[in-house]
Structures are given as C-alpha cells and as structure tokens.
Design a binder for this molecule. Structure first.
Ligand code: AMP
Ligand code: ZN
Length: 468
C-alpha cells in the first residue's frame, strides 16, 4: 500500500512498525454541535483508509477521542470554550451536551456506513493520563508554569515546525478568531497543557491536579489517549488539513518530548469540503448536516458516493447540483447491480484476481475514484452473475455503499427494467411467428406470458401488455 505522508510530503510505501499490524489514530469530534458534512468527509475518508488497510490484510486497531472537555478556539487563553458555548445555547449541562452530540455523531457515521473505531474514548475519561504526561514534561524541562497555568516550551525543541510550510499567518497564534496573545507565554507558539487560571471563571468541568483545580489544554488529549490504547509507537494519525497546524504540530511536540523518540510515522490529512462561498462552518451559512440532507430527500449514501468520487487530497466543493448528479449516478449503479442474478458458481480465482486489482488501485494513496471505475469494469465483464456479485460484495467492504442491498426502489426498478425487456422480446417473437403464419407458436407465447402474470392485448396501436 502507498500513502501520502504529510511529514515527508511524498507518497510512500506503507510499512507498519509491527509486520501485519496497524496502530491508527483519528482526531475525533468536539461534541458541542452536530458534525457538518465537511467534518464527515474527513471521517469518511479515514474510514476508507482503515478499511483499505484491512482489505489489504492488515490487522488494524483504530482509536478515536471524543473532545468533551471544552477546548478553546485557539491556543491563547481567550476565544470561546466550545462546550460551554453549546451548553449555554441549549440550556443544558456540558455533559448533557456532550452525550447528545456524541450520539448524534455516531448516528451520522452509521448513516454514512462509517465504521465505529475499535476504541472511542472521551477526553474526560483520561484526566489522570493528562496529568501524568504534563508532570513528566515539567520534570524533563519541556514545560513551565506561568500565571498559574502550565505551558509547553517550544523553544526547547530542535525542530518545532515538523510539517514545514507553515504560512506566516499560521505561525501567528491568535490570528484565528481575532484573539489576543497570551502574555504568560515565553514564546509565541507555546501552548497550554493545563489551565488553573483561565479567563473563563465559569468553566464547568474542573479537576484537581498538582497545579491546582483546572482543566486540560487543547492538544494533550490526543497524545495521551493514543498512547493509552496504542502504546508508544503509532503508524498512522489522521485528521482534516486544518489539524496540521497547530494541533498535530503540538501533539508531536509534546508526545516526542515525553517519549524521547519518534512517535508516529505517517500523517494522513483530508482536504476540506467547501461550500460555494468557501470553507464550510457551523456558524455561517446553511448548516449542512446529514439530517438536513435526509430532510431534503437525499440518501446519505449518495453523499458517500459523492465524496468517494474525488481524491481526499483535493479540496471538494459541495453543491446540491453536484449531489443531485451523484444521486442519479448512484441510483443507476445500484439498479444495474440489482439486475445481476445470482447465477452460476462463484469463480474464486477470478474474485481473488479482482480483489488484488482493487487493493492495488485503492491502495495507491486511497484512490477511491479509480476504485469506482474498477467496479464499473466488473459490470462490463462477462463473468457469471454469482462471480460478479461476489466481486461487488468484496469491493463494497471498502466502498460501503450498500451495493448489494436491494433497497425496494432499486429492486423494483431493476426488476421492471428486466421484465420490460423480457416481455418486449416475447412480443417481438410473437409478431414474427404471426408473420410466418405460425399461429400455434404465437398462441404459445401468449400463454407463456400469461403463465408469468402478463396479459397481452392486441390493439390498433399495436400490442399492449399489463400485469394480471
Ligand atoms: P472538529 O469537530 O471541529 O474538531 O472537527 C472534526 C474533524 O473535521 C477534524 O478532523 C477537522 O480537521 C475536520 N474538518 C473540519 N472542517 C472540515 C471541512 N470543511 N472539510 C473536511 N474536514 C473538516
Ligand atoms: Zn487530535
């Protein structure tokens, strides 16, 4: 398998630390609101990555955090606490908000056939782990106390900008959300590990710590949760491109300082889904959720199909026209598959050959669009129905488009198409028989159709048929 690694900026052969096994981590949602379909593009492509690894024979363990302890909108001690904002908006407690939106997120994922990671861990479960890591960072001299908060000291690192290419804007902490610089920091990119003295006096969730009652900073949870479940070495870490800086940069800074060695080898980042006005957001424009698409009559899997048609390393623009187009193509595809009958015996050698082709195609940096092309190639072959269906089912493990699941509409349409073709061929045959004055044959055809519940009627406009 080959994947693009944001650390090296190259497509690389994938080699896990332990042969045959993959330790994979996904930055999970901040559960203060519904996920929009842009967030879900990231989770969807990460799902394809996980399934492609499994499809290629790897034994994958995937871990995801749930950010249920309110992180601020930036590394500065200003901005907004997202969880608190959600709680105030809905007159609920922070934990009620967290539970509600965690469930909503899981339900959206299920509708998009996104598999639940093997471990899903809320940040509030891991306070001891956070305190332990921060204690070690202080002992090792990578962290300092200022203004009663604990900060990570980025000047202690040989290399902080491990992903390179940060723009000046990115480097200026505080440009996001118009927040001002935190004067406690020794260096502009230092970040908070633990707050005891935040500007938020009404912080809802607080825990005791060696530095006083407070709560963790923004990045610590991913380092600790991944190590808790995957150990000191990780193969792939995923997220959307906005996570590259500062979130993943800071995760690496604190994790590698804590461990004293390299932490994660491959960094997989999904580009954004934009709407026609620009970056999708939860606060401006129409808030595009899976439920909203459903209310408008779309099948969530048509959105999955739409997302799979483009490469994860390219920005993708959402529009209803594009989703309409994807819906039509997806329906046609399912209808076509519904006409393939389970006929003959499965040719296992062919299935294996086409499995390997798919693994190589999609395994080439998660090329889902080429995977779908390969699926159409299967439909064009003259393999028997059982073999075709076996290959389609095999591909659907990764694509997860319910390709063999005959939803009633697809089944009916498929059956209708097939029936119409059959009846029309019989009518043509009967016409030929009559022309040749073979009335016995013509009558036999009429009877044969009637046996199948189809009645023919000779009219002036030609032969008509109906179900009886
Ligand atoms: P959040 O819940 O804001 O922490 O974001 C959840 C995930 O969605 C993160 O991996 C983000 O990088 C990703 N993300 C945020 N906005 C978009 C977008 N417009 N398109 C794709 N992924 C996004
Ligand atoms: Zn993270």
């Amino acid at each position: 398998m080959k994947i693009y690694n944001t650390l090296t900026k190259r497509v690389e052969d994938f080699k896990p630390n332990v042969e045959g096994k993959v330790a994979m981590y996904t930055c999970g949602p901040t559960v203060y609101h519904f996920a929009h379909i842009g967030n879900l593009r990231s989770y969807l492509m990460e799902d394809v990555l996980e399934k492609t690894l499994r499809y290629s024979g790897y034994d994958v363990k995937r871990v995801m955090n749930i950010t249920d302890v309110g992180h601020l909108s930036s590394d500065a001690d200003t901005g907004e606490d997202k969880m608190l904002k959600g709680a105030k908006r809905e007159h609920k407690t922070v934990m009620e908000i967290a539970k509600f939106y965690t469930d909503a997120f899981m339900s959206d994922c299920a509708k998009l056939n996104i598999k639940t990671p093997d471990v899903v861990e809320p940040a509030t479960n891991c306070i001891d782990e956070f305190i332990n890591m921060i204690t070690v960072l202080l002992e090792k001299g990578y962290a300092y106390k200022a203004g009663e908060n604990i900060y990570f000291d980025t000047s202690k690192l040989k290399e902080y900008y491990v992903f390179g290419n940060q723009s000046e804007n990115d480097l200026m902490v505080g440009v996001r959300d118009d927040v001002t610089e935190d004067t406690n920091k020794r260096n502009k990119n230092d970040f908070v590990l633990w707050f005891t003295k935040s500007k938020f006096e009404d912080q809802a969730l607080k825990w005791d710590s060696p530095w006083g009652v407070g709560y963790p900073g923004w990045h610590i949870e991913c380092s600790c949760i991944s190590m808790k479940h995957l150990g000191e070495y990780m193969d792939i870490h995923c997220g959307g491109v906005d996570n590259i800086f500062p979130h993943h940069t800071n995760e690496i800074a604190q994790s590698e300082s804590f461990l004293g060695h390299k932490w994660c080898n491959y960094w997989f980042h999904v580009h954004h889904l934009n709407d026609e006005t620009g970056k999708m957001s939860k606060s401006k424009g129409e808030f595009l959720t899976v439920s909203l698409l459903e209310e408008k009559g779309y099948n969530p899997l048509a959105y999955r199909f739409f997302a799979l048609q483009s490469h994860y390393r390219k920005p993708l623009t959402f529009s209803y026209e594009a989703l309409d187009q994807a819906t039509v193509t997806y329906k046609k595809l399912k209808n076509k598959i519904a006409t393939i009958k389970e006929e003959g015996a499965v040719d296992e050698a062919i299935v294996k050959e086409w499995h390997d082709k798919f693994a190589e195609t999609v395994g080439n940096d998660i090329n889902t669009a080429m995977g779908i092309t390969l699926l159409y190639d299967v439909l064009k072959t003259d393999f028997n129905g059982a073999t075709k269906r076996a290959i389609i089912g095999d591909y659907d493990y990764v694509l997860s488009l319910d390709l063999l699941k005959a939803d009633t509409e697809a089944a009916n349409n498929g059956a209708d198409d097939e029936l119409t073709a059959y009846v029309e061929a019989k009518i043509e045959e009967r016409k030929e028989a009559k022309k040749a004055k073979d009335f016995a044959k013509a009558d036999a055809i009429r009877a044969e159709l009637l046996e199948k519940g189809i009645a023919l009627e000779d009219t002036r406009e030609g032969v008509k048929w109906k179900r009886v």
